[in-house]
Design a protein around this ligand. Sequence first.
Ligand SMILES: [Zn+2]
Length: 215
Amino acid sequence: MLKIQSFEFNPFNENTYLLWDEESKLAAVIDPGCYDDFEKEELKNFIETNRLIPSLIINTHCHIDHILGVSFIKENYNVKYLIPEKDLPLHRKAVSQGQMFGFDLEELPEPDEFISEEKLIQIGQDKLKPLFTPGHTAGEFCFYSEKNKFCITGDVLFHQSIGRTDLWGGDYDTLINSIKNKLLTLPDDTKIYPGHGINSTIGTESKQNPFLVNI
Ligand SMILES: [Zn+2]
């Protein structure tokens, strides 16, 4: 079984998720957004208290609020860093993205691997299936666990909302198609863990999300 813990970090109220396999304690940090020392300590304390062994950073996409803590995790743990290949230009623009929003950020470490739908992501004994869901950015992925009945939906699908499409690489029709074909096709009881805001389920959003009722 995969366990999951969420943290709300940085002025954008970004959700960082920690996923771990109960048996091996191997863990993945999804979208590390921790920025100030207090937030970094909070994440580190949780990892230590629960004796977790971070082995991966997985980024749904490379907007500034989702990458602020990448260097901190890389420096403190022996992790592989996975990003969507089509978000590489955003990743390389991390410093200027930071300047634009008033964050003090140095160059990020280079990614170790690109995420692909062809390759399941292993966390201990468990696996996540990457779903290619562009539209909020050109390369964004969601991560689905059929066994554990949840999906990390990044900035693609939120409770009662969807990702904005007015930033670099955003495209409204592409986003709607991603949601329709990759997310709304998941079982209704799939819990969603979005990049901002509270959890929901696929069933709730397919019926009640105002952006999705007429698609
Ligand atoms: Zn975003």
